[in-house]
Design a protein around this ligand. Sequence first.
Ligand SMILES: Nc1ncnc2c1ncn2[C@@H]1O[C@H](COP(=O)(O)OP(=O)(O)OP(=O)(O)O)[C@@H](O)[C@H]1O
Ligand SMILES: [Mg+2]
Length: 456
Amino acid sequence: MTRILVADPDPRAQQSLEAMLSERGYEFGAANDVQHALEPVHDGQVDLILADLSLPGGGGMELLEKVRAANPGTAVVLLSAFGSVQDAVKAMQMGAADFLGKPFAKDQVMLAVDRALEKTALQRENQELKIALDDRLRLDNVIGSDPRMQAIFKTVQAVADTRTTVLITGESGTGKTLLARALHQLSDRKAGPFVEVNCGALPESLLESELFGHIKGSFTGAVRDKLGKFEAASGGTIFLDEIGTSTPAFQIKLLRVLQDRLIERVGDTNTVSVDVRIVLATNKDLEKAVVDGEFREDLFYRINVVSVEMPPLRQRPLDIQPLAQHFLHRFNQEHGRSVEAFTDGAIAALIQAPWPGNVRQLENAVERAVVLCHGTAIDRNDLPATMTEPSGAVGMPASAPNVGPPLPLKEALVEPEKRIIEQALTFCDGNRERAATLLAINRSTLFHKLKKLGIR
Ligand SMILES: Nc1ncnc2c1ncn2[C@@H]1O[C@H](COP(=O)(O)OP(=O)(O)OP(=O)(O)O)[C@@H](O)[C@H]1O
Ligand SMILES: [Mg+2]
């Protein structure tokens, strides 16, 4: 409940303010001097103080100063029968929410109270957001504040120190390889090796010896012993990329390793046990591949222990701006440039682009822009023209199916509307006024929509 304190020695002022405020359901308190007004402030029990400028015990200005120091979350509105313009200016400079002349009209007081409370509520909200930001999960170099990314970080952190097999799925360029590396870095195996194998690229003839090694003379060309990737990764992590395009022969071999963590070098009759954490990635839908007979079902169940699905970039517009900033910083360093920022127009274009190539495409677009940009900020014109090519409705997936019966228009527009409003809020750092301006709707319409769409 909102608590308002009236710090005014005049009983008539107290009474009329109490009448106005309790009508609105605010909790009301009164104090006759500075000291008594400060007590509940220190206890954090007051949202707003209406204080007379000539309050006994130091005056309204002194109270204002002390309240600002003790609890900046409490708003102060000053009242005065004799206040000058200079007083008003000074009060506002010192952080008063408003300055009203006496006698005051009810409307005037209520307007000042509403404004002051709205401002403190916003401040509090910002504060809470800041704290939430600081509490966010982070993985080194992996940007992601979108809730789905946060959930992924949580999973990764939870399993990092185990030897559990992790399967990472997602479209190309969504960060699967990056996440696999981050998982390794986070684990207690980080001092061990991280070995990458592109399973789709290995020709069948080389496969076995690449993965498991061979001993000298085991086949023509095996002139010396060769350590396989599994053994090379011992004590660390082996990252089997593009598992979805691996051959049936590979799949059988892999199944064996997964079952008993034993390998056999080509030409050797002994088995060797390997201590590796296995991480796999694919941009294919493995379940479908199983149904289509392209991927072994038994292997699928073996590797699908902990699985993580990287969302496409177009489904996490909140991450676009932080990613762009991250790349800007990196490419400035790499190319010895000092481009400082993106213009608002560039950011808007980035947020609206469909990103079929996901984060990799964004990374390339920023790199190109850093190199091409002549000024201190990257503008829309510095971005590749192809990036902004329309791909259906704004913000819709490039591959959004447009066959079959459509949804009722109202229903179909809910998701895009929500996404666009969230984009606007992110773009304006949560400032609803600016977001409304950006969206060319008035503020009350925005508030109404936020409520209706369940946006924070
Ligand atoms: N969340 C992120 N934060 C920072 N950089 C990212 C993020 N996601 C991806 N990147 C960068 O984008 C590029 C593409 O990512 P990555 O290679 O991991 O994608 P991928 O899913 O493995 O793609 P592919 O399927 O083609 O192998 C990399 O340079 C990576 O560093
Ligand atoms: Mg990759």
